[in-house]
Design a protein around this ligand. Structure first.
Ligand code: GLA
Length: 378
């Protein structure tokens, strides 16, 4: 996407100082475990946010996005604080703020942003922007920032500037992703291990099915799930649900809180099992039942799926998928389906047919290919 560099040159009459990127992500398994000190297993997508940037000549920063026709947003990077900038530009200004808060020098900047990460699809388009801006700021300042520190800065922008109470998975996937590999992250201490994920070698493909379901009230529901998990951990007397085991669940008297905790406890175990299977070089088809069980747990215990998502999962399985589950925060977004290569057409057709029968808009379907994390393009 050097088109963003061309847009920069056309608008500012000169080349940018550099072009940086960070990707969106798919989570293979480990949903709503990241704010419970648990395990996640995402990978970076080939879809990216790209930033062409240069130091500003005047006393304000100016950012423009190819996806936002309303035009440029201005702020002062040297003093911007939470509450000063809203809307899409908050991800950019928030990263400037968090970068400064981390003790790094931040001058005023001119940024041109472009992204092909679908927005509102649960593929972490916002983390992609934050991390792309973060690597750009580090590049402009000429400082080395380790990937995990960069991810923490980006997450701080999301939590404290944008105000979304998320965990840290998305930003860690955006910086640690690598082609052909999964990012196995222990969110208790941000330890990262890479797990090879060469589906083509086994005649498999991972389809990403963007249901395009509207995310109603997703923000409040995310916080409510988080609060239930904290209640469960407090009732069990453990620092986080990561520390709970299945036998503990009977000690939770409230049915809803017990089901929320059961999702987290069983989901953590499923992540570890998937890592064990893939790490041992087993046929990836073996993870299919774990993907299915994860979906059932999100649907029945964590209650974060919606009809568009459940229908896509059921249709994908009926069409020949080896396993399928919703990926991401929930209440809409994307489904992933592990498919034998010769079943890809059948799975896609089955999901499209199920949607057409219900009068729903057709989903977007594309292959999920593990790709590289944030870096410099030019
Ligand atoms: C969103 C959040 C992540 C994580 C997932 C659910 O993507 O940003 O931190 O909690 O939901 O696994």
């Amino acid at each position: 996407m050097t088109v963003v560099a061309d847009a920069f040159a056309a608008r500012h009459g000169g080349a940018p100082a550099g072009v940086w990127f960070a990707p969106g992500r798919v989570n293979l398994i480990g949903e709503h475990t990241d704010y419970n000190d648990g395990f996640v297993l995402p990978f970076a997508l080939p879809h990216r946010a790209v930033v062409a940037a240069a130091p500003a000549t005047g006393p304000v920063s100016r950012v423009r996005s190819a996806q936002e026709p309303a035009g440029a947003v201005e702020f002062t990077a040297a003093s911007v604080a939470p509450g000063d900038v809203g809307g899409w530009a908050a991800y950019v200004a928030g990263t400037c703020w968090a970068f400064r808060e981390a003790g790094y020098p931040v001058g005023e900047v001119v940024l041109e942003l472009d992204s092909d990460v679908p927005v509102g699809a649960g593929l972490s388009s916002s983390a992609a922007v934050e991390c792309a801006v973060g690597v750009a700021l580090a590049g402009l300042a000429g400082v080395q920032v380790a990937p995990t520190e960069l991810a923490r800065i980006a997450r701080r922008a999301e939590n404290e500037f944008v105000g979304a109470p998320t965990g840290g998975m998305d930003q860690m996937a955006a910086v640690h992703g690598r082609a052909g590999q999964l990012v196995f992250l222990d969110t208790r201490d941000d330890t990262v291990e890479r797990v090879p994920f060469d589906l083509a070698a086994h005649g498999l493909e991972l389809l990403v099915i963007d249901t395009r379901a509207p995310h109603a009230h997703a923000g409040g529901e995310y916080g409510a799930r988080r609060a239930d998990c904290e209640r469960a951990a407090a009732a069990l007397g453990v620092p986080a649900l990561r520390d709970a085991v299945p036998a503990d669940l009977d000690r939770l008297p409230d049915d809803r809180v017990r089901r929320r905790a059961r999702h987290v406890v069983t989901e953590n175990a499923r992540v570890l099992e998937v890592v064990r299977l893939l790490g041992a070089g087993a046929d990836p088809r073996g993870i299919g039942p774990l993907l299915d069980a994860s979906h059932t747990s999100m649907r029945d215990d964590f209650e974060i799926t919606v009809p568009h998502v459940d229908v896509a999962v059921e249709a994908a399985r009926a069409g020949g998928a080896t396993g399928a589950r919703m990926t991401g925060g929930g209440f809409g977004g994307c489904v992933i389906a592990l498919c034998p290569e010769d079943a890809v057409g059948g799975v896609t057709a089955a999901v499209e047919r199920a949607y057409a029968e219900r009068g729903w808009a057709a989903p977007a379907v594309f292959p999920g290919t593990p790709s590289d994390g944030a870096g410099r393009l030019a």
